[in-house]
Structures are given as C-alpha cells and as structure tokens.
Write a protein of this length. Structure first.
Length: 260
C-alpha cells in the first residue's frame, strides 16, 4: 500500500472526510506552487473545520424540525408594510435570548407569521442555539400523552430546556382545560429562563375562548407577555397573493382557442 493511499485511509479512519476529499487535488497545488508544509496543513485543517461547522448547522436545523427552511432575506417586507423591517432584522442578532424575551407574531392566516418564526429559528441554529419548532396542537398532544404515560415531568423538562422554543399556530384549534393546564406548566418553566416564539391568529382578548379556562388563560398570558415583543401583522395573505399571480399568469398564457 502506497503512502498516498495509506494517508487517505488515515483521513477516513480519523473522520477527516473533507480533508480526504480535498487532499488529492490540493497536493498537486502544494507541489506546483511549493506551498510551505505549515501553510498547507493549515489550509487542510481549515477546510475540515469549515465542513464540520456546516454539518453541525445542518444537523441542528434538521433536529429543530422546521416544516421548511426559511430566511429573512426571502420575506417580502414591502408586501407587509405593517411590520417594522428593521425591528425584525434586529431580532436575528438574538439579543432577545439573552433577556429571555418572548416574540409573538399575531395576524390572520397567510400573512407570514410562520415564515418569520422559522427564519429566526434557522438563524438561531446557525448561531449554535439549541432550537425546536412545533405546532401547538402537536405539542399539546405530546404533553397529554406524556401525562397519561406518567412521563410528563421528563417531557416538560426536555421542552423547557431548549434555548429557543417556537410554538406555531396557537388558536387554530380549541384547547381543553386539561391541555391548557399542561401548556401552562411548560410556559411557567420557561418564564424568565428561555425565550419562546409564538404565532397566533387570534388577539389576546380572545385567548380565553380557545383555552376554555379564564384562570389558566390569564396565567399563560401573564408569563408570555411579561417579557415579550409583540408584532401585529395586518397585511394580506401571501398565499392569496401567489394564487392570484398564478391565475394571472395562466390567463396570459391562454391562446384564443383556449377560451372556447
């Protein structure tokens, strides 16, 4: 076995996959340009570290269970003028996490609440912040199931320990009294410890109708709003915008024969 092959095998055994991939071509460059050994080794290790950093972010995003990867760069702030663009962009620096502030997006369906929440979560993953995204109904189901199995404390602790918890679509389905109590326990554990991002289609004044328990509703809101930044989105639906655009495009493509 040649030294070259043995070196490639060593890279693989040591888990230096990017170095193994990059080395053959880079070796020619090193020989041709007489690059010093230390400089060459630095380049190889930098490549490996960059690769590992990318993979770490990819795993974090995958583990966060976002329904789709979003970015603030993709958000059309001109279509939603009710949102202060700079305020949203400032959130991506994650300063609100240091203060354990909550971020709440309120607005009708399709206005971009989930997009913004997801984009902030993805950015958090890029910054090494342990995050999780979950639909409100799914979260409640998991808490209820844990309660019935006697594992509630463990499940509550798991969700409470995420540095950033994103709860999507609060208010789209009614929440029974027992379920509201379970959600309150989670919110209480996270209060002033970690940040939570929430999206909801109903104003706070209507939350009592959803949770079906005025006392629990008041307790949840008290902790959520205590340290929070609330963004009310009053614009039109992106989905309706896209639908109308697609319909217009289809109409333009029609030939005279298509109209008969």
């Amino acid at each position: 076995m040649s030294n070259h092959v043995q070196l490639l095998n060593n890279f693989e055994k040591l888990g230096l996959l990017r170095m193994r991939e990059y080395f053959p071509n880079y070796q020619e460059v090193v020989n041709r340009e007489a690059i010093p050994f230390t400089e060459a080794l630095l380049e190889l290790t930098n490549r490996e570290l960059a690769f590992r950093s990318e993979r770490k972010v990819e795993r974090a995003i995958e583990n966060a269970r976002f329904p789709i990867t979003r970015s603030l760069k993709d958000f059309d702030f001109y279509f939603q003028p009710s949102i202060n663009r700079q305020e949203i962009l400032d959130l991506q620096h994650m300063g609100f996490l240091e203060k354990a502030e909550n971020i709440i997006f309120i607005g009708n369906s399709g206005v971009g609440k989930t997009h913004l929440a997801t984009a902030l979560g993805v950015e958090a993953c890029h910054q090494g912040i342990k995050s999780i995204f979950i639909n409100c109904h799914e979260l409640i189901q998991k808490l209820q199931s844990a309660y019935e199995k006697g594992t509630l404390e463990r499940v509550l602790k798991r969700y409470a320990n995420y540095e950033l918890l994103i709860i999507d679509e609060i208010g789209y389905l009614p929440i029974a009294k027992q379920e509201a109590s379970l959600l309150f326990q989670l919110i209480r554990l996270r209060h002033e410890v970690h940040s939570t991002i929430l999206t909801t289609n109903i104003p706070f004044s209507k939350w009592g109708d959803v949770f079906q328990d005025s006392a629990v509703t008041a307790a949840i809101l008290d902790r959520l709003i205590h340290h929070s930044r609330v963004f009310q989105i009053t614009g039109n639906s992106y989905r309706m915008k896209d639908y109308k655009l697609e319909r217009e495009q289809r109409s333009k493509k029609k030939t005279p024969d298509d109209s008969h």
